[in-house]
Design a binder for this molecule. Sequence first.
Ligand code: MG
Length: 161
Amino acid sequence: MTTVRIGNGYDVHRLEKGLRLVLCGVDIPHDRGCVAHSDGDVAIHALCDALLGAASLGDIGRHFPDTDGKYENIASGILLERVCGMLSENGYAVGNVDIVIVAQRPKVAPYIEDMRRNLSETMGIPVSSVSVKATTTERLGFTGREEGIAAYAVALIDNIR
Ligand code: MG
């Protein structure tokens, strides 16, 4: 009998002018990007936490501490790949995931399909099991003032052992 488990994740990164912006592994042309130890892919970070949470395996900060030089500027897709590896070692398979990116700018819609394809390849699940959505906060709060980008993620995993 398979057991379905659920996890959620949340992350925020500060925006600064002149930095690279990467969301769900896709480089997005913009006048500012996320301040981070890694590539600052806030959406993948939230997703990793959702997956780890579903398996009760802690969080991204525990597995990939930002005090560790080996994670400096690392592509977050590599972290996601490792998280999926940890899940399968523990007898879990990713079911489906759903991500919400909260940003006033840039417009994320044109990149959604690339993001879904990218994440599905990294996680080894069908594109139809990967949902990426985006919203603004109507100029309210830190995301609305373009001081930062936030991301929420939910993941279902199946116990396959
Ligand atoms: Mg982060």
